[in-house]
Design a binder for this molecule. Structure first.
Ligand code: GLU
Length: 514
């Protein structure tokens, strides 16, 4: 590639329902590479597989990428997105989508005529041919080959057996056809991949790829490389599943006499048992992670580390998007598959949650509270911002995702706790002593004024009173305030609940012991 040429990279998702976490990784690496090199980042839509199309998914994938902050400067946008460029045109296929840039259309289904023109050229030049084989014939051929333990490749029946005359007749009769690429035999195709270095392919093992399907739509192989050429794409960054297709694409560039872009194939994502990341073993849709309350910064940070790290002994694990732009290098992308470790995502998310102010955390956590039964049932005071902010202050260091807010500490929201008497007991303490110690706690708390009702004060006063017999005083107190085995400290809980409610709960425990 000419070194002075401006870098242009594209992310080319297919609207199949959701953004796969692996797709997001591709999008992120494209974004980082473009930003790092001062290049353009383009979003285009590959919607030529009509069978896999899911209504609404173009719009939702644009929304998700926008929410994540991966700003692209060309391609498809949503009407509602605000950006300076005013030269957008409405997409013909997706009414809410605006196409912006000089290299459109950015939606493949809007380019069928363009692809047809190019594929006709290939046929004319003898690099592609009409195939009139019926699906049943192809199916049988494939099954026979598989039974013989051979690769299920097309036998080139139509290349060798259909005359020019018959082709024309079939076309006139509107016979169903596909157009296949003619792969040269006995050639080794060599290419350079920016992640894996030199790669080689034997053309004898490559099937005569269908370029144009019988529904008139191009396959990925044709459409994608024509777009890349027409859009002036300099670097194709995509998942490793496309590596076996690389020789077909290189041949197509050769057939058209175009210069191929540079290629980088990103490593597979794996489950912890090293099998290919699959839906069965957990969520692969980015939208699910957003719904569960992972912060965008954490999702980006986590995804960036799936197949890349700054290397050279650096141990940094928390990266902002701008850190990533600075440090990212394609040549440091790993060749080996990247294991998807949910625990790590939780850890990273917790780190980002800790950095939020309580007001920020409140804003982000409120929609999640609103979905929870314990919150909906709570009285008005406990739904108020002041109360929630106190709960969140206590939870801040312990939260791994926003959807967990309040979840493990539902006792805060209850009007009345229900628990068994034995929960109050510290070790072998008898009923009478237990009552006495709770009375003592009650008295101590009664003497703390509302103004002095701070976490620090509560801790100081109660710790002094407990002396070196902490459990004796603090366990029954904590149990009476929470009604559960495990919770934050009694100082924190009493602070959140406030004086009247704390005293009410202790009183109830004392009554329970009678
Ligand atoms: N539509 C393809 C996919 O979603 C794009 C592959 C590419 O970037 O070339 O995997």
């Amino acid at each position: 590639m000419d070194d002075n040429k401006k870098v242009r990279v594209r992310f080319a998702p297919s609207p199949t329902g959701y953004v796969h976490i692996g797709s997001l990784r591709t999008a992120l690496y494209c974004y980082l590479f473009a930003k790092k090199t001062g290049g353009d980042f383009i979003l285009k839509i590959e919607d030529t597989d009509q069978k896999r199309y899911v209504e609404g998914s173009v719009e939702s994938l644009i929304k998700s990428l926008n929410w994540l902050g991966l700003n692209w400067n060309e391609g498809v946008f949503l009407d509602e997105m605000i950006f300076e460029k005013s030269n957008g045109i409405k997409s013909k296929t997706y009414p809410a989508v605006l196409e912006v840039g000089d290299f459109g259309p950015y939606v493949q289904s809007e380019k069928l005529e363009i692809y047809k023109k190019y594929v006709d050229q290939l046929v004319k030049d003898g690099h592609a041919y009409y195939c009139f084989c019926e699906p049943e014939r192809l199916e049988k051929m494939r099954n026979d080959l598989i039974a013989e333990k051979k690769a299920p490749m097309y036998d080139r029946y139509c290349l060798h057996n259909v005359s020019e005359e018959n082709i024309n007749k079939n076309l006139k009769d509107n016979c169903r056809y596909t157009i296949r690429m003619k792969i040269p035999q006995g050639e080794i195709i060599e290419a350079k991949d920016l992640v894996r270095g030199k790669v080689k392919f034997n053309t004898n093992l490559i099937d005569d790829q269908i370029l144009l399907k019988s529904d008139g739509f191009p396959t990925y192989h044709l459409a994608n490389m024509i777009d890349d050429h027409e859009m002036g794409i300099t670097h194709v960054i995509r998942g490793e599943e496309w590596l076996p297709s690389l020789p077909k694409h290189i041949l197509l560039y050769r057939y058209f006499g175009w210069q191929a872009p540079e290629f980088a194939h990103l490593p597979l994502l794996l489950n912890s048992d090293k099998t290919k990341l699959s839906k069965r073993q957990g969520d692969v849709a980015v939208e699910d992670y957003i719904k569960k309350g992972y912060l965008k910064e954490a999702i980006i940070n986590f995804v960036a580390l799936l197949g890349w790290n700054p290397g050279s002994g650096e141990t940094q694990e928390i990266f902002s998007l701008s850190d990533l732009v600075q440090k990212f290098e394609l040549k440091k992308v790993h060749k080996a598959g990247a294991v998807f470790d949910l625990k790590k995502l939780d850890w990273i998310n917790a780190e980002y949650i800790k950095k939020l102010s309580i007001d920020e955390l409140y804003e982000k956590a409120l929609p999640f509270f609103k979905q929870k039964e314990f919150f909906i049932q709570a009285n008005k005071e406990k739904q108020a911002p002041e109360f929630l902010k106190k709960v969140l202050t206590v939870e801040l260091d312990r939260l791994s995702k926003l959807s967990d807010a309040g979840e493990n500490n539902q006792f805060f929201f209850a009007d009345d706790l229900s628990y068994e008497k034995k929960l109050l007991r510290w070790k072998e303490m008898n009923n009478a002593d237990l009552k006495k110690i709770l009375e003592k706690s009650k008295e101590i708390l009664e003497n703390i004024s509302a103004e002095n009702w701070s976490k620090e004060n509560l801790e100081k006063i109660l710790m002094e009173a407990a002396g070196d017999r902490r459990g004796e005083l603090l366990w029954p107190l904590r149990a009476s305030l929470t009604g559960v085995q495990k919770s934050p400290s009694p100082f924190e809980v009493a602070w959140v609940l406030g004086k009247p409610e704390s005293l009410k709960r202790i009183k109830k425990a004392i009554d329970l012991l009678d």
